[in-house]
Design a binder for this molecule. Sequence first.
Ligand SMILES: Cc1cc2nc3c(=O)[nH]c(=O)nc-3n(C[C@H](O)[C@H](O)[C@H](O)COP(=O)(O)O)c2cc1C
Length: 156
Amino acid sequence: MKTAILYASKHGAAKKCAELLKYKIFGSELVDIKEKPDFDVMPFDTIIIGGSVYAGRLRPVVIKYCAKNIELLKTKKLGLFIVCMMEKGQAERELKNNFPAELYERATAKDYFGGIFDFSKLNFLERFVVRKIVKVKESVFRIKEEKISAFAEKLR
Ligand SMILES: Cc1cc2nc3c(=O)[nH]c(=O)nc-3n(C[C@H](O)[C@H](O)[C@H](O)COP(=O)(O)O)c2cc1C
């Protein structure tokens, strides 16, 4: 069973989650779809795809990739993930709303993995939003490794 893990990250948290998945799924291939937007998943049996969420929206390259390759993705065993700082109901809505319903409904694994607010990486506007709107004043590292393990287990 060949597995490809496709991800898009802005400041590295989604990349870290994708790397953790790769570590847990032996022999899987990691693909940054910002660098390879035309990556061909045809030779793979299982496709994991995800990325980080900003202002409620998944990274645009992930949205575009799913829309463009939907027919092929529907024929594969699928895992969908988001990396985000919202929790529970809000995170579940972000997950559901950011993937096409046809993929969301047929995915074998789908989950949110938590995320990171890393002030050393955020730009001025992002720092402002996080401080003033989210009311978080310093860096927070909240990647939920147990969720990543359970997700990988479902797809192995
Ligand atoms: C400006 C800004 C807006 C964000 N908006 C959301 C949001 O709408 N929902 C959410 O769950 N997380 C939100 N986040 C949290 C990010 O999803 C989180 O920091 C994530 O780890 C970023 O991943 P990345 O480093 O791979 O880009 C936001 C973060 C920033 C800095």
